[in-house]
Design a protein around this ligand. Structure first.
Ligand code: ARG
Length: 458
């Protein structure tokens, strides 16, 4: 098959080389953006007098026909034509002849692929903003459903202080909001058109890249053609941002996994979201959660691949850059399905209130509240900490909670303790007595819930 670039070659390309260098097997995913970019480019060429009006009509219609064929699955992508760009261009020329031969005027695949990839990334990125919002809504709904449920709050995975489940769930809402912010930042930097940079140097032809940029919804046009064709920061940044989404999902998954162990038994996972064992008939495994946790590894792999490909790469375009796509596609596909699954998983989980309450009674989680009580009565905190430490030791030795100690016993550790100490002991009192900003107090959690309800309202 004759290559679009075949003019200076006498020999055919080695078949092994064709297979090795092709990208059409994966970059065909860019067909929509490639066609959109080509139409905008042709329109710009027409405005600049480089393509006739009739030529433009033929190009536009030809490209739209090709797009329909691709969507119908009848378009035949050919490996000898290397990539999606040359496949579509060759098909256009087959269809409309000479007008099609003008499309690549003042354009190179270098600015073309950068443009396609930016358009594709921008679309994918916008999808993530919506998916993250959906995950946030799922968490918010769960938080509201169990707005009064107190759970053990952990540090070092040891019982620390009692908190509201809603407070815990809203912590993930915050994480996903930062992810949305990062993606928004990425979008703003990404949204600069590279089209019209040509191979690297620009062109001697009278083109108007700014008008094409505007047509394609870019905020502005590149200012340095060399940078425009060699920049893939946006891919790395986008995948980096997705790594953090995956990281957050892995933390949520791990939290849920811990809660789902028989030792904790805090959650009842919907059967539709669990899997069984091929040998142990009794098993109900949370494989979905494990995969959510595990997918994170793929994401870091994708990011590491990208960082490594671009390290030390000289200006401007180098074929190494073709290696950007599979990592990007994999990262996008993986995080997209992860977010979809995670949102449903949150929605279908029920919390086992009695088990949670039983766990709350363990671990003397009201010890800090007792120390604060002493502080309120003028005891310096370090001294209070020491005294409560001794109270806990005594309670633990007797196998009782702090609440179960008699006033007389409690007073033996500090003379400032009085009857009202029972208003601070116990998880319920602890939660009700929190008052600081952003704390697990019912009113502060209520405030957070209301803020998110407003922000996430459809
Ligand atoms: N398939 C190539 C890529 O994805 C397109 C650009 C090729 N440009 C070139 N001059 N060989 O990077």
């Amino acid at each position: 098959m004759k290559k679009p670039w075949g003019g200076r070659f006498e020999k055919d390309t080695d078949q092994m080389v064709e297979q090795f260098t092709e990208s059409v097997s994966f970059d065909r995913r860019l067909y929509h953006e490639d066609i959109r970019g080509s139409i905008a480019h042709a329109e710009m060429l027409a405005r600049c007098g480089l393509v006739s009006e009739t030529g433009l009509v033929a190009i536009r219609e030809g490209l739209r026909d090709i797009e329909r064929e691709i969507e119908a699955g009848t378009f035949e992508f050919q490996v000898p034509l290397e990539d999606v760009h040359m496949n579509i261009e060759a098909a256009l020329i087959r269809r409309i002849g000479d007008a099609g031969r003008k499309l690549h005027t003042a354009r190179s695949r270098n600015d073309q692929v950068a443009c396609d990839l930016k358009l594709w990334s921008r679309g994918a990125l916008d999808g993530f903003l919506a998916l993250l919002t959906d995950c946030q809504r799922a968490l918010l709904e769960k938080a509201e459903e169990y707005r009064e449920l107190i759970v053990p709050g952990f540090t070092h995975l040891q019982h620390a202080q009692p908190v509201l489940l809603a407070h815990v769930l809203l912590a993930y809402v915050e994480m996903f909001e930062r992810d949305r912010g990062r993606l928004g930042d990425c979008r703003a930097r990404l949204n600069v058109s590279p089209l019209g940079a040509c191979a690297l140097a620009g062109t001697s032809l009278p083109i108007d890249p700014r008008s094409a940029a505007e047509e394609l919804g870019f905020d502005r046009c590149f200012s340095n053609s060399i940078d425009a064709v060699s920049d893939r920061d946006f891919v790395i940044e986008f995948v980096g941002d997705l790594c953090l989404v995956a990281l957050h999902l892995s933390r949520l998954a791990e939290e849920w996994l811990i809660w789902s162990t028989p030792e904790f038994d805090f959650v009842d996972m919907d059967e539709a979201f669990c899997t069984g064992s091929s040998i142990m008939p009794q098993k109900k495994n949370a494989d979905v959660l494990e995969l959510l946790r595990g997918k994170c590894g793929r994401l870091y792999g994708d990011l590491m691949a990208l960082l490594t490909v671009f390290k030390g790469l000289p200006l401007a375009y180098n074929r190494d850059m073709q290696e950007d796509k599979e990592a990007l596609f994999d990262a996008v596909d993986t995080v997209r399905s992860s977010l979809q699954v995670a949102a449903e998983l949150v929605r279908t989980t029920a919390f086992k209130k009695e088990n949670v309450a039983r766990a709350c009674a363990r671990g003397h989680m009201d010890a800090t509240a007792l120390a604060d009580y002493l502080v309120g009565r003028g005891v310096p905190f370090r001294e209070a900490h020491e005294a409560v430490g001794r109270v806990v030791r005594a309670a633990a030795a007797d196998g009782v909670t702090l609440q179960e100690l008699s006033l007389e016993q409690l007073c033996s550790f500090s003379e400032v303790i009085a009857e009202d100490v029972y208003q601070v002991l116990g998880t319920q009192n602890c939660v009700e007595n929190y008052r600081s900003h952003g704390s697990s107090s019912p009113s502060e959690v209520e405030r957070q819930l209301n803020t998110w309800k407003e922000r996430l309202a459809e």
